[in-house]
Design a protein around this ligand. Structure first.
Ligand code: GLY
Length: 383
């Protein structure tokens, strides 16, 4: 997008305030600053230490699609296809490599129960047009020789790739700053100021900061900022995920593909880290790392790749998925003029980053809601 900004906000250079420095806030902020908007991103804590940092970076529109998510699949697949161009554009604005890997994803099974589940999902997902390949155990072991010899058949999804979400954050931050955007760390937005149905700006430490557009992209914290009428507060809650990373020998990695097992996923990085995730817990903002969670993740990873038992644990962490009432993102304008939402991405924040950045910046540029996100506004929750 290189169109000149339209003056829909009665100002020749509209000022945009973004609340939140995750992949949504920075992605939209970067697109808008490139279009000539003056963009300020406000982050309550350190930049990019929220859900984007905690994620695994899987771009798994295919294998993560569950019954009930048939409609969401249109959105996730569209965004998945946008990744290569998004990265090409990003590379024009930064030298930081987000380590996109396109080996694809394997989903495996070890016993008959798990095999039936695999068959069910294969039928369901293939029926929706997802390009999947059924592999017998020999084919699977040829693809990943370190897999447990008890591995049965598997499914290969050639379009489900991965990006290193932490490098992606650094790249977006750099691109955003290079295009003139400003980031304000440790600036907790207390409230959004609204007058006569129009957004006026934000308040931080009792100081008012004027803005023409306020973009609320604060992930799981999006419902905690004061000043919004109750029907506009995004119905987003934190869903905790605990994870850990092992360090493989970078010259002899134990896996090349992202591997989904019945109780975990394993994501091998370019630097030899093996990310193991993730729990799905309704525990609010509780950030404890528990023995039970690590035990079950490690047990599942060990059952998949038995030789991991020799590897050092290099990190444990948890994050909070920003989950809406229907697990789908909340995107677009509100009844408050100038107040725009980009939150509630649940398990799909990284995957949906290109689509979120492009559709929301297009809306802010033109005042028209792109057709892809028409059904994902906050109005779907208002009776
Ligand atoms: N998308 C992976 C997760 O939410 O754990």
């Amino acid at each position: 997008m290189k169109t000149k900004p339209k003056n829909i906000y009665n100002r020749s250079s509209p000022r945009v305030t973004v609340i939140g420095s995750g992949v949504c806030g920075l992605g939209i902020g970067w697109r808008l600053s490139e279009l000539g908007y003056k963009v300020d991103v406000f982050e309550a804590e350190e930049v990019g230490k929220g859900a984007t940092w905690a994620a695994a970076g899987m771009l798994a529109a295919g294998v993560e699609c569950e019954p009930g998510e048939e409609k969401l699949l249109e959105l996730t697949t569209k965004s998945q296809k946008m990744w290569p161009n998004f990265l090409k554009d990003l590379a024009k604005s930064t030298d930081i490599n987000p380590h996109y890997k396109d080996e694809g994803t394997l989903v495996i099974a070890f016993n008959n129960d798990e095999l039936s589940k695999l068959k069910f999902n294969y039928k369901f997902q293939s029926g929706l047009g997802i390009d999947l390949e059924w592999l017998d155990k020999e084919e699977v072991r040829n693809m990943e020789p370190h897999l447990n010899t008890k591995t049965l058949d598997a499914v290969f999804s050639k379009n489900d790739h991965q990006v290193d979400n932490r490098f992606l954050l650094l790249a977006l931050m750099d691109a955003f700053k290079n295009s003139g955007g400003k980031i304000h760390e440790k600036h907790r937005v207390e409230s959004i100021k609204i007058e006569k149905g129009r957004v006026k700006g934000i308040v931080i430490d009792s100081v008012f900061h004027e803005a023409d557009i306020v973009l609320l992209a604060a992930g799981a914290h999006s419902s905690t900022i004061d000043g919004l009428p109750s029907n506009i507060i995004p119905p987003v809650r934190p869903v905790k995920g605990q994870m850990l990373a092992l360090q493989m020998d970078i010259n002899r990695p134990l896996a090349k593909h992202v591997i989904w097992t019945p109780n975990s996923y394993l994501v091998p990085r370019d630097d030899g880290r093996l990310i193991i995730g993730a729990t799905v817990e309704e525990r609010g903002f509780n950030s404890e790392i528990t023995a039970g969670a690590l035990y079950s993740l490690l047990e599942s990873a060990w059952r998949t790749l038995p030789t991991i038992e020799e590897l050092p644990i290099v990190e444990t962490w948890c994050g909070f998925r920003p989950t809406s009432r229907d697990d789908a993102p909340i995107l677009g304008p509100t009844e408050i003029e100038g107040l725009v939402l980009a939150t509630g991405h649940h398990r799909n924040g990284i995957l949906l980053a290109p689509l979120t950045a492009d559709t929301i910046s297009e809306y802010i540029l033109t005042g028209n809601i792109p057709s892809e996100i028409e059904d994902y506004g906050i109005d779907r929750f208002i009776n």
